[in-house]
Design a protein around this ligand. Structure first.
Ligand code: SF4
Length: 649
């Protein structure tokens, strides 16, 4: 491995070696290695070398756009040792300059608008030299006056000097670089990237570029390659199963039905299937959702819906048969298409809620079999959902790639990950690595005096007094930054209502449900300020327990209140049943595995580098069952003494 930009650590060499073997034997490798272990570079080095040697293409997938930064940083370092081309891509929703005011537009809607503008640009320009017929630039070359047709950013791209292209074709072309370049030359960054993808050895992209079929197809065409020629790297892959299940699920909310009703009025309430007006049909759908909530939803939890409930309701309510109902749905679809086409012609967002309602109905009626469950949920915006239980449906393309590298600091249990995604046992290898940092820097203990087990809380409500007493005792025992993670907003609120904040001797911040990113950013900023110690009350599995770093003194102790088993909702019960049927491992795969990952994610906030020290306390006697997943987990008989000993306070 000649291209390591730094002297590799032992664990990095182990990762690189395993990846190298997996590449040449066309395998999937599942890597569980803690944050800070340097796995990104250790995976990239053998992949880059392999791509350069064999002509295979590397697709590096990240869940969020912000995760891409670390990848570019490592690629730039590796490129000092070996020649290759890498580019990043994101969706039009992030990169389109012309329609940046359409904040909620999805990629399909923007693609339609963009197609029109490009067509018009080509028509007006004829040849690239004449593109100034449709746009003007101020004398200082900085301001573009847009005309109503065409896209000036696309026109400018067509006339781009090839010297500029050359720069990007011999570099790691990170999204920030492209945006700066595009801004300077008034070109479209999205189309610029698209036009140059075919030269890339490596592409860094969001998950959708692989798992959403039309987007994957487009990417492979622009890249001029095939799925069999790809090596796919999946970063932060521990939630991939959830992502895949969501991708294949379909839902209809009352908000969508009401928005479709507004559209119907705008297009003169068309007649559907020759016997019912669009308004009356949508009123039936609205009543059906409301009835469904009334009949099945208790205590605001979601609930199962009999598979044929919707069809039976509509057929009896409309006094018709399946053939006519089908015709009604198809006519609604057509009305939606006409409506969105009209919007498109007006240069507006080509969105139609009528189309969304009919697409949902088609999906709902066609979905059957054990891979799906049908549920309804209440609340402010009730919805019915055909929930996909089987992540292998969306993950199927993974079986066709040349090789796959799946990694995360919390990927274990690896057998659950492999089976949930349907990866071939004979083609999949596991690599679990311990933390590269001194083990004495992290201490994990659990208390046996308390639990949030439902049956015990129900039988002994005074457990809440005990838990509150323990949280307050722990928080007041040291002068350091502490996060207390509760299993849900509901339980967090119980403690807030009891006035726990007033009993803690530090400034207390509370993560509120539905907090927007600005509010969240503000409390994080205040919490991070270490001038005096603070306590944050948050929810495990939420934004504070994943993806946000608190290095050094910003966070030194976390308290996990109860085991974060998934809420026993209808979809959770269905998932457990499905895994029982499929693998005989319903509890292990659907309940225990996600709880273990959530705890490991939260504990992972404590140690981000070799200088960090931290302690995690789990307030639940059931923690013992997780010793397999939590390194060095010990029972504590005197938690305050243990805290004092660990911190030397
Ligand atoms: S060419 Fe680019 S800037 Fe113009 S509409 Fe399309 S995506 Fe937007």
């Amino acid at each position: 491995m000649k291209c390591f930009p730094y002297t590799p650590r032992k664990t990095q060499l182990k990762i690189a070696d395993t990846v190298e073997k997996a590449l040449s034997s066309r395998q999937h490798v599942l890597i569980d290695s803690p944050t800070g272990s340097g796995k990104t570079v250790a995976v990239l080095v053998p992949c880059v070398e392999y791509a350069v040697r064999t002509g295979k293409k590397i697709l590096y997938l990240t869940k969020t756009n912000t995760q891409q930064q670390q990848v570019y940083k490592e690629l730039k370092k590796i490129r000092e040792k070996i020649e290759f081309t890498a580019m990043g891509i994101q969706g039009r929703a992030n990169l389109c300059v012309l329609f940046k005011d359409f904040e909620n537009a999805n990629s399909e809607e923007l693609a339609k608008l963009c197609r029109d503008r490009k067509k018009s640009t080509m028509k007006h320009t004829g040849t690239v030299k004449e593109c100034n017929e449709i746009y003007l630039i101020d004398e200082d070359n900085s301001k573009i006056l847009e005309l109503s047709e065409g896209c000036p950013y696309f026109a400018n791209l067509l006339s781009l000097n090839e010297e500029f292209e050359d720069y990007f074709l011999h570099n790691v072309c990170d999204i920030t670089d492209v945006l700066a370049f595009a801004d300077k030359h008034h070109i479209c960054p999205y189309e610029f990237i698209k036009a140059h993808l075919r030269y890339a050895d490596i592409i860094v992209a969001p998950y959708a570029y692989f798992f959403v079929k039309p987007i994957r197809k487009a990417l492979l065409t622009w890249w001029n390659t095939t799925i069999e020629n790809l090596v796919v790297i999946l970063d932060e892959a521990h939630n991939l199963q959830d992502y895949c299940r969501e991708l294949e699920s379909a839902s209809l909310s009352l908000y969508t039905v009401h928005a479709a009703m507004h559209e119907v009025e705008e297009c003169n309430n068309p007649v559907l299937g020759n016997f019912i007006s669009a308004r009356d049909f949508l009123i039936s759908i609205e009543h059906m959702v409301e009835e469904c909530v009334k009949e099945f939803v208790k205590d605001d939890e979601d609930s199962f819906v009999p598979p044929d409930y919707l069809e039976t309701y509509l057929l009896s309510n409309l006094k018709t048969d399946s053939t006519h109902l089908n015709a009604v749905i198809m006519d609604l679809l057509q009305a939606g298409e006409i409506y969105s086409e009209k919007k498109r012609m007006e240069g507006k967002l080509p969105r139609s809620y009528m189309r969304a309602v009919s697409n949902f109905l088609v999906a709902w009626f066609s979905i059957g079999g054990t891979e799906y469950t049908k549920i309804v949920s209440g609340g402010e915006n009730p919805e019915i959902v055909a929930f996909c239980l089987d992540a292998t449906i969306a993950a199927l393309p993974l079986c066709s790639v040349h090789a796959g590298i799946h990694m995360s600091g919390t990927l274990s249990p690896l057998d659950e990950y492999r089976d949930s995604l349907g990866l071939d046992k004979n083609r999949t290898v596991f690599l679990e690595l311990p933390s590269p940092f001194a083990p004495e820097n992290l201490q994990i203990v659990y208390e046996t005096t308390v639990t949030t087990r439902y049956e015990e809380i129900y039988a002994f409500p005074e457990i809440f007094d005990l838990i509150e007493h323990e949280i307050v005792r722990i928080c007041n025992s040291i002068q350091r930054n502490i996060i207390v993670f509760f299993p849900s907003f509901k339980i967090l609120q119980i403690f807030v209502n009891r006035g726990i904040e007033n009993r803690i001797d530090k400034d207390v911040y509370v993560e509120a449900q539905g907090m927007n990113s600005i509010e969240m950013g503000k409390i994080i900023e205040n919490f991070r300020d270490c001038s005096r110690p603070k306590v944050m009350l948050a929810v495990i599995g939420g934004r504070l327990s994943e993806g946000i770093d608190f290095p050094d003194k910003q966070l030194e102790l976390i308290v996990i209140v109860g085991i974060p088993y998934p809420k026993p909702s209808a979809r959770q019960k269905a998932l457990q049943f499905y895994y029982d049927m499929k693998f005989r491992k319903g509890w292990e795969y659907a309940v225990q595995a996600p709880a273990a990952r959530k705890m490991r994610q939260a504990i992972g906030r404590l140690i981000r580098n070799e200088n960090d020290r931290g302690m995690a306390i789990i307030l639940d006697k059931r923690a013992k069952q997780f010793s397999e997943y939590l390194e060095n987990l010990n029972q504590t008989d005197d938690v305050i003494a243990d805290i004092k000993r660990f911190f030397g306070d």
